[in-house]
Design a protein around this ligand. Structure first.
Ligand code: SF4
Length: 341
């Protein structure tokens, strides 16, 4: 066991739980070499730590422990009904990581997982093998980061670089990297390709207060702008839109912030835009509300076919309002709404 006297529970990754089976895996060694102060604790299986009962998710999010594991079973999943497909027929997502370095108060992960700690799966070669099986049948559109945000930890795991290399030899694969980060160094490091879409989730300042640990709206916009300048394929996501008092003003005043920061020339080069109001599977809402006192998840949502969201009239009004404002610089063919799926 490797340990360091200077690891502190106040720092993220103060403890690193490692499945014994993958202790010598090259990706494990790489990650551990980047966290020399973390205390390494061998475990049998990640669920022994991650799935314990009565964990304090809010406390764990303040300084996450890291769990390194092997993912088994299915690794590439058909897109979930609550996710946008952007018109892609062969739409999949994958889970390279469980939980997220950010801590949005409305995040469904808080209702989905029994822990606030972060699991990273190291066996990328198995993901690639399964992906190649799908690619032998048809093109694949794959979302890499619906269940997490990979960008802020790229220097730790290198997964986005690894996928970028993989794309070069698999021309029928397109991946979406969704992020709330201000990942300018990453954008500068990767040669642009249409096969890798960087999708920035943008929220008005009135909403980013519920997105703990994330960069500000201004920082995300600067990253998107730099990405466009570098020739990357950039998507802007206004999803989830959240109801707050005065939402109409909040979202209509938000659009001029975009135009002022990005400018008309950059906005024209944005690949597409996505718009969708908050929604969550019914099984996750109750647990999510247990983990946070944030008012943002206390709205009396309505249950439509197993998915909680705003009443349809309100949801439509919110999306229409934003789509109308976006139509000043984006045609309808560039704006994707979740309900269009
Ligand atoms: S960035 Fe996305 S995945 Fe991460 S906590 Fe926020 S909503 Fe959840």
């Amino acid at each position: 066991m490797k340990s360091s006297p200077v690891s502190s529970p106040l720092n993220p990754y103060h403890h690193i739980y490692v499945e014994e089976d993958i202790r010598e895996h090259p990706q494990t060694l790489r990650i551990l070499s980047r966290l020399p102060k973390g205390q390494v604790i061998p475990i049998q299986h990640y669920k022994d730590v991650f799935c314990r009962t009565r964990q304090d998710i809010a406390l764990q999010h303040r300084a996450q422990a890291l769990i390194l594991a092997r993912k088994t079973g299915t690794l590439i999943y058909p897109g979930a009904p609550v996710c946008q497909s952007f018109g892609n027929h062969h739409f999949y997502y994958t889970s390279l990581c469980m939980n997220c370095p950010y801590d949005c108060q409305y995040c469904y992960l808080r209702g989905m997982y029994p822990s606030g700690n972060l699991v990273l799966f190291v066996n990328l070669e198995d993901y690639f093998r399964e992906l190649e099986t799908r690619l032998a049948e048809h093109p694949v559109y794959l979302c890499l980061s619906y269940d997490t945000d990979l960008c802020p930890l790229e220097s730790l795991h290198g997964l986005i670089h690894a996928f970028h290399h993989f794309l070069a030899i698999h021309p029928t694969l397109t991946v979406e990297v969704r992020t709330k980060s201000a990942c300018i160094p990453l954008l500068r490091a990767l040669p642009p390709t249409e096969q890798m879409i960087f999708a920035f989730t943008l929220s008005p300042d009135e909403i980013t207060v519920f997105e703990r640990k994330t960069p500000s709206l201004g920082a995300r916009l600067q990253a998107a702008k730099e990405g466009i300048d570098l020739g990357h394929s950039i998507r802007l996501c206004f999803d989830p839109m959240l109801y707050v008092p005065g939402w109409r003003e909040v979202y209509t005043q938000f659009v001029p912030t975009l135009t002022d920061t990005l400018g008309a020339d950059h906005l024209k080069k944005v690949r597409d835009f996505s718009v969708g109001t908050f929604r969550i599977s019914q099984s996750y809402l109750r647990f999510l509300r247990h983990t946070t006192s944030s008012p943002i998840v206390q709205y009396p949502f309505v249950n439509l076919d197993g998915v909680y969201g705003y009443p349809p009239t309100l949801a439509r009004e919110m999306e229409d309002t934003l789509c109308d404002a976006l139509s000043a610089f984006a045609g309808p063919d560039k704006i994707f709404r979740w309900e269009d799926n």
